[in-house]
Write a protein that binds this ligand. Structure first.
Ligand code: G3P
Ligand code: MG
Length: 252
């Protein structure tokens, strides 16, 4: 048994990252304002063990600072400007701690696909041990899908909660031969595939095996259109409003 998760058609990738700086509180608010109920976010640890919502291994691309997260402490990270790089109106936006992000998700009643981001040289076990108790305590099972490309992170996550309490998603680039064994071993809820690399027969096998199929990161709703018929449950997109427009136009 898995949690009774009503998967949304659209999940805003890193928050609404076409409209606001990715993985920030502002990006989650932007998704909510656009009527999107779920976001995908990346979580990793700073060098001092603080869990933060961030994608890259360093802060150069998405802040006014420099340096690797694994060498950074929260007092330094929290004063970086994580908004100005995206646009002047976001000046002063900060890196979000996991705690602050969970509070916002609860305030807005939103669901999250939280990706355990294990960048090169990072320790998946330490990440899981720091993040899982906090997340399981903060969010109801119906509003959480925890995913990772990292198999150690997925296996270790399963030791924290059974499948009825925690939905786990296997993230893949190209579908590996052993996907069935991994999904079975961790009692996966979903498989998250790169939309452009997935073949129709693979999509069919995933759905037939009983896993929800989530696809990242399509930004052209027209190009993605065939994948709904292949059985995709959700598109994880930077451009949820482009998808909304396309889907309502094709329904009418
Ligand atoms: O979780 C889907 C997607 O976010 C995976 O890739 O690099 O954007 O975190 P990435
Ligand atoms: Mg991600």
């Amino acid at each position: 048994m898995h949690p009774a998760i009503a998967l949304p058609t659209l999940i805003a990738h890193r928050g609404y990252s076409a409209a606001a700086p990715e993985n920030t509180l502002a990006a989650v608010r932007a998704a909510h304002q656009a009527g999107v109920d779920w976001v995908e976010l990346d979580v990793q640890l700073l060098g001092d063990g603080t869990p933060v919502i961030w994608h890259d291994a360093d802060v150069a691309r998405c802040s006014d600072g420099r340096g690797r997260l694994r060498r950074m402490r929260w007092p330094h990270a929290q004063v970086l400007d994580a908004g100005r790089w995206f646009g002047k109106t976001f000046e002063g936006e900060r890196m979000a701690s996991l705690e602050a992000m969970l509070a916002l998700l609860n305030e807005l009643g939103m669901g999250v696909n939280l990706e355990l981001k294990v960048n090169r040289g990072h320790d998946p076990v330490a990440l899981v041990e720091r993040v899982l108790p906090t997340v399981l305590d903060a969010l109801p099972a119906e509003r959480l899908v925890l995913s990772s490309f990292d198999q150690t992170a997925l296996r270790h996550s399963r030791t924290f909660a059974t499948a009825d309490r925690l939905a786990l998603g296997v993230l893949v680039n190209r579908l590996p031969k052993e996907w069935r064994a991994l999904c079975a071993e961790i009692d996966a809820f979903s498989l998250h595939a790169h939309w452009g690399r997935l073949k129709p027969a693979q999509a069919d096998a995933i759905v037939q095996a009983g896993y929800a199929l989530l696809c990242y990161t399509p930004n052209d709703p027209h190009a993605f259109h065939p994948l709904w018929a292949w059985g995709a449950a959700s598109a994880i997109t930077d451009e949820p409003e482009a998808f909304q427009r396309y889907l309502s136009a094709s329904a009418s």
